[in-house]
Design a protein around this ligand. Structure first.
Ligand SMILES: [Ca+2]
Ligand SMILES: [Ca+2]
Ligand SMILES: [Ca+2]
Length: 535
């Protein structure tokens, strides 16, 4: 059993970067350190790394980053790197039965069974990703590798490397930034972490590597310079779309669930596990939403591509991120049948604090303060019937606040800056999840305050001085006046956000398809007012 290697020290390094406010020289030094670490991983020199955890799922993001920053390599490192970027010469090749792949091998270390399995895994991955899902096929490479088929090279890669996809340094035919690519995989997967493949973990690892690397070759047909965190999230997501039963990605999930404050944009093992972000989208909206993201990725990058794809479906990125943060708490023993399809296999979410008495104030320590597109979780095991949670923090970021009301059909509520929660006496998790800044190393400290109430109606009558509602009770429309412009949020009595009115100084709320009952009307600044709808 050979040891597993990891990015563990890269994770620690990026946390260190977050602590500092850097000068250009310091930034250059840290960039150079990062590129040197990445280069060491690419060439299989693991002597500088902790040997305690998992193999590197895919070299593709490291290769892209080193390629962009090759000025940090020495002359001899650069020539070694260029060797890795080039196509190897192997004595034999076959064409896969589908006719899409040319698979290159050396009979000295690849037997006919392995070769045939390899061809069938790639063919099946093509069938799902291109024929069935309708992603663009990889860009044909002219005569590279012998003909225009997609080339797969079976090699004796350094220990702990599943595979890699390398873009050719030639432009593709499309008007956007496309390029052909080739794939390197290994000749055996004997010492890799166990997975759920009934045929054995070695075959499972080969299958998910085929699905993962083919999807990287497909991604190069959309944008060969796309942001690498998104490419990795998408390829790990695709592993489970093609080979649902293998579940190799479970081996990496702790890098997400143990470090929820890290950004989705973080470049470390965290990005493999962040595949759950795309899983959230496909479990909710089907795989077509991921296809829309890549269609947008031709013209936009990263979160901008995701946001454009969501906009086309009338969905809002910040709000979808907030709901995703809520879903991530409903895992392991808290899983129900209404959220992640595979939630029982996901680890429990890391909790920063457990609340025993209210009101409660929390400020995270600096190193665990969330980055944008990250989160902190606070757990309230036995809350009173009503909670109000408010955040104060930097105004440069969008402060999502998320409440998860836990039961066998858990409920996720989202708000911005503050949220009103009707707990029904059930355990509640409150998450603070900043979003909107696309830099993984900016840290956002905050103060969260949680108030508890036994009876909302006694606490809040018509006394607020910055918001007025009339008539009350109302039948068709409720008039709302505020002293300063603010969004108006309207909640049902069980805490669900039912409407948002935009920022003007007078409003008319006409509830549609809502039953008679009590509704809570509030601005960002005010406590809620109770309005009674009588149909
Ligand atoms: Ca070719
Ligand atoms: Ca699965
Ligand atoms: Ca792009």
């Amino acid at each position: 059993m050979s040891p597993y290697f990891s990015f563990m020290r890269i994770i620690l390094l990026t946390i260190l970067i977050a602590e500092l406010s850097l000068s250009a020289g310091q930034q250059r030094f840290l960039d150079s350190l990062r590129v040197q670490k990445e280069f060491a991983l690419i060439v299989g020199d693991y002597s500088k790394f902790a040997s305690d955890t998992k193999p590197i799922k895919c070299l593709t993001p490291l290769i892209i980053d080193v390629r962009r920053n090759s000025q940090f390599l020495t002359r001899s490192q650069l020539s070694r790197f260029m060797e890795i970027l080039s196509r190897p010469a192997l004595p034999r090749s076959i064409v896969s039965p589908s006719g899409h792949f040319r698979i290159h091998y050396d009979p000295a270390y690849v037997d006919s069974e392995y070769l045939a399995r390899c061809a069938s895994c790639f063919d099946y991955a093509w069938h799902v990703e291109v024929d069935s899902f309708g992603f663009l096929p990889p860009v044909p490479d002219g005569t590279l590798g012998g003909d225009s088929l997609l080339d797969v090279y079976i090699l004796r890669l350094p220990a702990g490397q599943y595979g890699m996809t390398i873009a050719d340094d030639i432009p593709g035919p499309a008007p956007w930034n496309d390029a052909p690519a080739f794939i390197k995989i290994r000749n055996e997967y004997d010492s890799f972490p166990p997975n759920d493949d009934p045929e054995g973990s070695e075959w499972g690892a080969l299958k998910v590597t085929a699905a993962h690397e083919l999807f990287h070759a497909i991604q190069m047909a959309y944008d060969k310079d796309e942001e690498v965190w998104m490419l990795e999230i998408a390829s790990v997501w695709m592993e489970d779309m093609v080979y649902n039963y293998v579940n190799d990605y479970y081996n990496y999930l702790n890098y997400f669930f143990d470090y929820p404050w890290l950004s989705l944009l973080e470049l470390s093992m965290h990005m493999y596990a962040s595949a759950v972000f795309f899983r959230y989208f496909s479990d909710n909206y089907g795989y077509t939403i991921i296809k829309r993201i890549f269609e947008q990725a031709r013209y936009f990058d990263g979160m901008y591509a995701i946001s454009a794809a969501l906009d086309s479906q009338h969905l809002n990125l910040n709000n979808e991120f907030a709901k995703f943060v809520g879903w991530n708490f409903i895992t392991d023993t808290l899983a129900d049948s209404f959220h992640y399809e595979e939630a029982t296999s996901y680890p429990p979410m890391k909790v920063e604090a457990t609340v025993v008495s209210l009101p409660y104030t929390y400020s995270p320590r600096y190193s665990r303060s969330p980055r944008s597109w990250g989160a902190n979780y606070i757990y309230i095991p036995s809350p009173p019937p009503y909670l109000k949670a408010t955040i104060s923090g930097a105004t440069t970021v969008f402060w999502n606040i998320v409440a998860v009301i836990l039961s066998d059909s858990s409920n996720v509520l989202t708000g911005v800056d503050s949220i009103w929660i009707s707990t029904h006496g059930l355990p509640v998790a409150v998450a603070v999840a900043p979003s909107g800044i696309n830099n993984p190393y900016n840290v956002f400290p905050y103060t969260l305050t949680i108030y508890g109430y036994e009876d909302i109606e006694e606490k809040y009558t018509f006394s607020s001085n910055d918001i007025k509602i009339f008539p009350n009770p109302f039948n068709e429309a409720l008039n709302i006046k505020v002293t300063s412009p603010s969004k108006i949020y309207i909640y049902s009595v069980d805490g669900k956000l039912v409407d948002v009115l935009s920022a003007i100084d007078s409003y008319r709320w006409v509830p549609e398809n809502l039953p008679s009952g009590i509704y809570l009307i509030k601005s960002i600044y005010s406590p809620p007012l109770k309005a009674v709808l009588l149909r």
